[in-house]
Design a protein around this ligand. Structure first.
Ligand code: G
Ligand code: G
Ligand code: MN
Ligand code: NA
Length: 254
């Protein structure tokens, strides 16, 4: 309850911020994995409770409808930030189900691109399959309209939910993000390696690019690069941090 009231104040009070985690083209080592963009991840620093995880406040914002207002702030902030980066560095922004299905997400994206001057092909929207299960027809129509703006669409957390292959066929994703549970288990069980390999082949067969999430070790990076995974993201390459931490990568002095 308390948290809910606080959340509605959080944006106004400047308690929300965005952290950025690098995404890199997969090379055999960190040094050969060139950063090609960042994922924006929301953070809430509550004046009393301190750090509140998005895993806790995003669901709360969804239930209360605050996600719409919050989502506008997040998208605007992320696009404004990315517009100052060297071309063609990209920004990936997560869209939650309520934002996607209940707001006017197409107009919102369009107006924020105009307002910030960010080229559409530098914006990637991450959605989970859960978003699309609710209403297939509406989901498909929205994805097509977003693609018509020139933005890219990623299927986030692939393999973690109901992940039906028919979704990959039906929806025009540009990218598949392999869920970090599979990456975590690489080297621990042969099934995960088989699944990761298969998803890479499957995605490429559908002309989608593949990003592996949750890369934490050299062994995982080496395996993914060997298998032809396009991009990697995870603590081994860089944790989510305020953009100042990555100033050199985005062409800015610290
Ligand atoms: O950054 P972290 O791993 O703590 O994120 C936890 C969860 O919150 C993830 O599922 C992530 O996708 C989600 N999340 C983080 N930032 C945002 C955001 O800006 N918008 C939405 N909708 N979800 C976010
Ligand atoms: O659901 P989504 O994939 O958008 O959420 C990304 C989440 O994964 C964020 O909470 C981020 O902090 C977390 N994350 C990013 N890299 C790693 C990693 O290497 N290991 C682990 N355990 N979590 C990670
Ligand atoms: Mn994501
Ligand atoms: Na994810």
């Amino acid at each position: 309850r308390v948290l809910h009231q606080d959340l509605s104040m959080a944006i106004r009070n400047g308690e929300l911020s965005l952290y950025y985690q690098p995404q890199a083209a997969a090379g055999p080592t960190v040094g050969t994995s060139k950063v090609i963009g960042f994922e924006a991840l929301a953070r809430w620093i509550h004046p009393v409770r301190g750090f509140v995880s998005p895993g806790d406040f995003i669901p709360l914002a969804e239930e209360s409808g605050l996600i719409v207002e919050m989502g506008v702030w997040i998208l605007r902030e992320a696009c404004r930030e990315a517009a100052s980066w060297p071309v063609p560095m990209q920004i990936a922004v997560n869209l939650s189900p309520a934002q996607f299905m209940h707001g006017d997400v197409v107009s919102l994206v369009h107006s924020i691109l105009l307002e910030t001057g960010l080229a559409p092909d530098r914006l990637e929207l991450e959605i989970t399959e859960g978003v699309l299960i609710e209403d297939f027809d509406r989901g498909l129509a929205l994805l097509r309209r977003l693609k018509a703006l020139g933005v890219r669409i990623s299927m986030d957390d692939f393999g973690s939910g109901y992940s039906s292959l028919s979704y990959l066929q039906a929806f025009p994703f540009d990218k598949i993000k392999i869920d970090r549970t599979f990456v975590m288990n690489l080297g621990r069980n042969p099934q995960s390696a088989a699944i990761v390999r298969a998803v890479i082949d499957l995605g490429h067969g559908l002309e989608m690019s593949i990003v592996a999430e949750g890369v934490e070790t050299q062994e995982q990076l080496g395996f993914l690069a060997d298998e032809g995974c396009d991009a990697v993201q995870g603590y081994f390459l860089g944790k989510p941090q305020p953009i100042g931490h990555y100033a050199a990568l985005v062409g800015r002095s610290a």
